[in-house]
Design a protein around this ligand. Structure first.
Ligand SMILES: Nc1ncnc2c1ncn2[C@@H]1O[C@H](COP(=O)(O)OP(=O)(O)O)[C@@H](O)[C@H]1O
Ligand SMILES: N[C@@H](CC(=O)OP(=O)(O)O)C(=O)O
Length: 379
């Protein structure tokens, strides 16, 4: 056993993630550093803190890139857009130094997360825990820019849009942590987006399967592959509000509530193809590129959930027949059951979600996890 391994075993390590919504102002860095410093002092833990860039910053990089080249190489997109998270990580590290804490930044190429070479939606293949262990040996806090990794040749790769959650769970698995604390501007997973749907309820316990289904269908709150990685490694995801004292709202683990959730993401797009066969082919291409996609069964339909895919460009490059815009998918999930309705655009998606949410959560509704959801198609 190396010295750093022995130390990592002696000291408990907590893994925390703070998304972009935690850094709306520059003052947020100092406030968070103060709270983290208190935790180090009071709990005697070392921390790995995964951070995202500030809200909108990743997309600002994308705009700048597109102004220079409308058709950039994936490797360049990955190299540039992940810098927003690097900036955030360095700002938090410097705020921690001001608090008198030892802290360092481990960027994707230093971290030990090795992916394939699908630069923009890379898949994790292997983790070397040694860089994290060594950094934890020398520092009270290790700050990790979310979404970053490297391929076998050491080239920077991106785990995809909103993938900081995935980084956090991968880091938790690497350091052997039993939990991963994910902080956001909501304290947990609700029965629908609480900023958009009236009456959305906090779900205290959510099963891995339900959380993964919700994010596959576009719920922004957690990254789908993060949920699956946590499930495989038996890591509990604890969702917390991003301001001290960081109250916990939901735990994602083996237990789950049977409440029906309605997934709304106005960036999701359903595409209709002339035949089922063409829809199957398009689905296979999106899926093969690691993009979150669902083959809807109610027709020759494919839903690209979560947005941030340049659909005309992607279809052109991959030589697939362009699908016709079919609306915004809104999906009800209960246990492992799903039912999707198509709304006529972003505005209509809000109304459809509210109606569906009211319907599935109506007083006296049958919440038997085995009851079919198909009746909701008429909601
Ligand atoms: N079912 C849901 N439960 C909670 N939040 C949801 C849900 N669906 C969508 N959201 C949205 O997810 C947002 C949090 O995700 P995100 O903006 O990526 O946060 P962060 O920047 O902290 O990672 C919330 O502000 C909320 O609007
Ligand atoms: N750079 C990432 C940041 C991220 O993952 O965001 P968040 O954790 O706030 O969803 C992105 O915009 O994709």
């Amino acid at each position: 056993m190396t010295g750093s391994e022995a130390t990592a075993h002696r000291r408990p390590v907590a893994v925390l993630k703070f998304g972009g919504s935690s850094f709306r102002t520059l003052a947020s860095y100092g406030q968070l550093a103060e709270a983290l410093s208190r935790r180090v002092a009071e709990d005697g833990t070392r921390l790995v803190v995964v951070v995202s860039g500030r809200p909108g910053e990743t997309e600002q990089f994308r705009e700048r890139l597109n102004q220079v080249n409308r058709h950039p190489e994936d490797e360049t997109v990955a190299g540039l857009l992940t810098l927003a998270d690097t900036v955030g990580a360095q700002l938090l590290a410097t705020a921690l130094h001001r608090e008198g804490r030892t802290a360092t930044v481990l960027a994707g190429h230093q971290l030990g997360l090795v992916t394939d070479s699908a630069f923009m939606w890379a898949r994790l293949e292997h983790t070397d825990p040694e860089p994290l262990r060594a950094a934890l040996h020398d520092n009270e806090v290790v700050v990790v820019p979310g979404g970053q990794a490297a391929d076998k040749q050491g080239r920077p790769t991106w785990l995809g849009k909103n993938s900081s959650d995935l980084s956090a769970v991968a880091v938790a698995a690497a350091v052997g942590a039993g939990a991963c604390e994910i902080h956001s501007d909501v304290d947990g997973i609700y029965s629908s987006d609480p900023h958009l749907v009236t009456g959305a309820q906090l779900l205290a316990e959510v099963s891995y399967n339900t959380a993964a289904l919700m994010s596959l269908y576009g719920a922004k709150v957690l990254h789908r592959r993060a949920v699956r990685l946590a499930q495989r490694n038996r890591i509990e995801i604890v969702c917390r509000y991003n301001r001290a004292p960081f109250p916990a709202g939901s735990v994602i683990g083996s237990a789950g509530s049977s409440v029906a959730a309605v997934v709304l993401n106005q960036r999701s797009t359903a595409l209709r193809y002339p035949t089922d066969e063409l829809a199957d082919q398009a689905f296979a291409v999106f899926h093969g590129a690691n993009i979150d996609v669902v083959r809807l069964t109610s027709g020759p339909l494919v839903a690209i959930t979560g947005g941030f895919v340049d659909l005309p460009e992607f279809q052109r490059r991959n030589g697939i027949v362009p699908g016709e815009y079919a609306g915004v998918p809104v999906t009800a999930v209960r246990g492992s059951q799903v039912a999707t309705k198509l709304a006529d655009g972003e505005e209509d998606a809000l109304h459809v979600s509210q109606r569906l949410h009211d319907y599935v959560n109506r007083p006296g509704a049958d919440v038997d996890p085995n009851a079919p959801l198909l009746e909701m198609q008429g909601a």
